[in-house]
Design a protein around this ligand. Sequence first.
Ligand code: AMP
Ligand code: ZN
Length: 278
Amino acid sequence: MNRENSLHVEKVVKETIKNYSLFGNEDRIIVALSGGKDSTSVAYILKKLGYNVFGLYIDLNIKGYSERCLNAVRIFCEKQKIELNVYDMKNDFGCSMCYLRTNVQEKVKVNNCAVCGVVKKWILNKKARELKADKIVTGHNLDDETQTALMNFFKGNPDLSINSLPITGIVKNRMFVPRIKPLFFVDENKVREYSKLKNLDVVYERCPCAGDSYRIKTRRFVNSLTEKQKLNIIKNNIKIIEKRRKNIEKKQLKYCKVCSEPSRNSICRRCEYLGKAF
Ligand code: AMP
Ligand code: ZN
């Protein structure tokens, strides 16, 4: 990637921030740092643009992999002078990701990434509130969003894509910290090249637990699309979401009976899984 292309990535991020009013000047922004190319690049760009960023790494206790990721995140944050918070999932879950997943899967049919996603979202929202963050940033890119939108269409449930916007959080509530995806319109290959060009400390290997065969199949298909086709899918999806959001917003927000965190049902997924695991 040449300098021109790296400027392109930064330009798209700046435009997304502007067009969707993603941040205020005073915002305390927590970047969910996984150690991968996407979240590391987005933290690097936001810091470069002068935003008030700090990092949060969730230690999922995945043998070997979690240590390698944490090591990369530590080095990156030290070089970029970004304050890093490390949070061990055992604090709130009493077990590792592998333990939780294996036990939950003995009772319900759910794939690895779905269990992990629930855990990460729950921790991110709770920690962001505790750390008084105004916004949570994740590294989701154009390819991730295209995959999610297509998977939900294939399942016949486009409402599941309701958060496929650069800023999520259909319900305005002080218990919910809005989640932001500044790389929403940036092609995954470009993010990879960007991270290499900037020599960022990144773990390029995939998570060893990532075994959602449906997503793998969809990813293969998305890989065969051009950047323009992916952008078309995502932009049309945004139009659909904006229309459907109005109805969904009317639904009342509930709080989990067990942990008191915001939830779609009377017991949140995190607590449902924990109940099955122990
Ligand atoms: P994934 O769910 O693995 O596709 O990751 C999506 C986004 O979630 C990443 O770009 C990160 O911003 C965030 N994320 C994933 N894993 C972690 C982690 N262990 N700690 C903090 N944030 C994470
Ligand atoms: Zn709960």
